[in-house]
Design a protein around this ligand. Structure first.
Ligand code: DQA
Length: 147
């Protein structure tokens, strides 16, 4: 059976293309989702691509991921820098997780330099825009195949 990968996007990522395009680029979240679906097909994986502005909803999705999914790609947006709840949910789910940021958070304000998510992530990709999501899927395809 094909592996299923859950791709989660946090707050304000629904605003992509309108929101600070000089930082986040001109791709819409929908177009990133389409690119991820195509990438998943080429890798023989099913991709479920979601976004929420609410921390609790993201926590709930991570909690229920363990039974259905083989891995997670997570761009938690600003919650990356604040959410112990999301970190705890990732630890509880115990799925291979790749953290993604469109922007290079280390070239930006110092409050973006720390991510709680990183403590539960196998790897972190930042600064490569949409490509970061696709690279994360490549990485997870290898990781779940090795398991
Ligand atoms: C982001 C970086 C975060 O600092 C910011 O709050 C976001 C988007 C990124 O993809 O570059 O909302 O996660």
């Amino acid at each position: 059976m094909a592996h299923k990968i859950l791709i989660l996007n946090g707050p304000n990522l629904n605003m992509l293309s309108e929101r600070e395009p000089e930082i986040y680029g001109s791709d819409t979240l929908e177009s990133i989702g389409v690119a991820c679906q195509h990438k998943g097909q080429t890798l023989g994986m099913m991709v479920d691509f979601r976004q929420s502005n609410e921390e609790g909803e993201l926590v709930g999705w991570i909690q229920s991921a363990a039974k259905d999914f083989s891995g997670i790609v997570l761009n938690a947006g600003a919650y990356s820098h604040t959410s112990i709840a999301i970190l705890d949910a990732l630890r509880a789910a115990s799925l291979p997780t790749i953290e993604v940021h469109l922007s290079n958070i280390y070239r930006r304000e110092s409050f973006r330099h720390h991510s709680y998510i990183s403590q539960a992530a196998l790897g972190v990709i930042c600064g490569l825009g949409t490509q970061g999501y696709l690279l994360a899927l490549d990485a997870l395809a290898r990781i779940v195949d090795e398991d």
